[in-house]
Design a binder for this molecule. Sequence first.
Ligand SMILES: Nc1ncnc2c1ncn2[C@@H]1O[C@H](COP(=O)(O)OP(=O)(O)O)[C@@H](O)[C@H]1O
Ligand SMILES: [Mg+2]
Length: 226
Amino acid sequence: MKYAIETTQLSKKIQLKNGQSLSILHDITLQIPLGSSVAITGASGSGKTTLLGLLAGLDTVSGGDIKLLDTSMVDLTEDQRAALRLGQVGFVFQSFHLMNNLSALENIMLPLELEKSNKNPQKTALKALEQVGLSERATHLPTQLSGGEQQRIALARAFVNKPKILFADEPTGNLDQATSTDIEQLLFKLQKENDSTLILVTHDEALAEQCEYHYKLVDGKLVNNV
Ligand SMILES: Nc1ncnc2c1ncn2[C@@H]1O[C@H](COP(=O)(O)OP(=O)(O)O)[C@@H](O)[C@H]1O
Ligand SMILES: [Mg+2]
């Protein structure tokens, strides 16, 4: 396998309540090599989150083809797409998305428990916690952690099963400058250590520059920004 993701003339339209349709993305053709890092930038409302949702198979396309890890997703059901993602795809969001009723360690264990193939989820999760420098916080709840710490836990959870692809949607959007820099460095470190493909949505041009490929969304189309 050569590519993590391949799309051909991908499009996304949304049916509005007044009967009209809104074209959000069109004619998106791209290939993302396995193990590479890709930044997607664009103005607010340009369709970045929508595109990430399509690439990850969370949402369905209106036209075109999309392959995730060599499997075309256009004819798959939601359950089949979820099965394809299981153990292979991780996510990090702007707003952390941790489970507030679970401890830091339990949050990190979640993907391993879903996947069921890990014999000792707690041990693996403790190692992931150590990799993000928060070993002493294992039993803390998300509400007892700062924003930066919560995002570290989210990163540990996203990488705990060594995903082939890691999607990050503005992962530093809710953090101050110094914390953002820490999280960015950690993100690239974990990508390398886990040999993952990184697909990163950001409006931080400096962060985008650190990726191997940089695309920009303009009027629903993707332009190569290098
Ligand atoms: N379910 C939806 N219904 C109507 N409009 C939507 C829907 N989802 C997204 N949009 C619109 O599509 C555009 C792109 O949204 P989004 O992908 O969230 O942009 P970005 O992440 O770049 O800010 C926006 O104009 C948004 O309002
Ligand atoms: Mg967005």
